[in-house]
Design a protein around this ligand. Structure first.
Ligand SMILES: *[C@@H]1O[C@H](CO)[C@@H](O)[C@H](O)[C@H]1NC(C)=O
Ligand SMILES: *[C@@H]1O[C@H](CO)[C@@H](O)[C@H](O)[C@H]1NC(C)=O
Length: 265
C-alpha cells in the first residue's frame, strides 16, 4: 500500500505534468486566438480609417467649401466676399466683425493653446457671463498666432469666438476670471487655404507654408497692418466630429497688392 506522502507526490507530479501538457496544448491555440483578435481589431480599424481617408481625399477634390457652407447653415459664421479665387487659395474681404478673444496664451503648441482658449470661450457661451446668458455656438473658432523666434520658444496665441449678430452691439460681459475681451475688427483682407482633418501643429505648419508660397507666387503681399498676429487658423467643427472636418489658414493680405494682381490678370 502506498503511503499517503507518496500518493500526494504522485498527485502533484501528475498535476504538474498535466498542467505542462495543458500549457503545451493550449498555448499555440491561445496565441493564435489573440493573433486573430488582433487581426480582427486591425481590420475593423482599417474599415473605419479607409472610408475616412477616402472622404478626406474626395473632399480635397470636390472642394471643402461645400462642408464649410454646410456648417454655416446650421450655426452662424461671419459673412465675407470672395475677391480672388484660384486653385490653391482665395482672398476674402470680411467687413466689420466682432469677436470674443482670450488674452494671450503662451505655449509651444498651437493645438494645446487652442484647447485651453476654447475651454474658456465655451464656458463663456454656456453662461459664464454677468448676464448668465447662453450664447449660441458659432463658427469658426479662430486662433491667431504670433510665432516664436525659435523652434523651442513659446509662441503667443489668442483664441476667438465669433459673436452672433444679435449680440454684436452688446455682447454679454464675460466673468473676469476668464480674461476674455471683445474685439471689433474693421474690414480685413485674408488669403485663405482650406484643409481637412484635425488641425494639429504639424499640418497647420505645412498648410501655412503652402499658403504663403501660393500668395507669394500670385504676387500678393502680406499685410503688416492687421495687428501682430502673422496668421490665423479657423476651425469649423466640434472636437466630436471625426469626419468631414474643415479648417482654414488665413494670412492677412495687403489690399493694394491684391488690387495690382487683380488689375494685371
Ligand atoms: C461689405 O461691404 C461692402 C462695401 O460696403 C459691400 O458692398 C458688401 O456687400 C459687404 N459684404 C458683406 C459680406 O457684408
Ligand atoms: C440659437 O439657435 C437656435 C437653433 O439654431 C435658434 O432656434 C435660436 O433662435 C438661436 N437663438 C438666438 C438667440 O439666436
Amino acid at each position: 500500500m502506498k503511503s499517503a506522502v507518496l500518493q500526494y507526490r504522485e498527485f502533484t507530479e501528475a498535476l504538474n505534468n498535466l498542467s505542462g501538457t495543458l500549457i503545451n496544448v493550449f498555448a499555440p491555440a491561445a496565441r493564435e486566438k489573440s493573433e486573430m483578435a488582433m487581426a480582427r481589431r486591425a481590420m475593423l480599424l482599417l474599415l473605419v480609417l479607409i472610408p475616412m481617408a477616402m472622404v478626406d481625399y474626395a473632399l480635397g477634390v470636390v472642394k471643402k467649401e461645400v462642408l464649410r457652407s454646410s456648417v454655416c447653415t446650421s450655426i452662424e459664421c461671419p459673412a465675407y466676399d470672395v475677391l480672388y479665387q484660384e486653385e490653391e487659395f482665395s482672398v476674402r474681404l470680411y467687413n466689420g466683425t466682432v469677436w470674443m478673444a482670450t488674452s494671450a496664451i503662451e505655449d509651444t503648441s498651437f493645438y494645446e493653446a487652442t484647447r485651453v482658449g476654447f475651454l474658456k470661450l465655451f464656458q463663456y457661451i454656456q453662461g459664464a457671463n454677468e448676464e448668465g446668458a447662453a450664447v449660441n455656438m458659432t463658427a469658426p473658432v479662430l486662433t491667431g498666432v504670433i510665432p516664436s523666434d525659435g523652434p523651442f520658444c513659446k509662441s503667443s496665441f489668442k483664441v476667438r469666438f465669433f459673436v452672433p449678430t444679435i449680440y454684436q452691439g452688446s455682447p454679454p460681459t464675460p466673468i473676469s476670471s476668464l480674461e476674455l475681451e471683445v474685439e471689433e475688427w474693421g474690414a480685413r483682407y485674408f488669403a485663405v487655404r482650406t484643409f481637412g482633418g484635425f488641425a494639429k501643429d504639424t499640418n497647420v505648419a505645412e498648410e501655412g507654408a503652402a499658403l504663403a508660397e501660393s500668395v507669394y507666387e500670385a504676387g500678393m503681399e502680406l499685410s503688416s497692418s492687421a495687428g501682430d498676429e502673422s496668421y490665423y487658423v479657423a476651425q469649423y467643427n466640434s472636437p466630436f466630429e471625426i469626419t468631414g472636418r474643415v479648417n482654414e489658414i488665413l494670412l492677412p493680405i495687403s489690399y493694394p497688392s491684391l488690387l495690382k494682381v487683380r488689375k494685371s490678370s
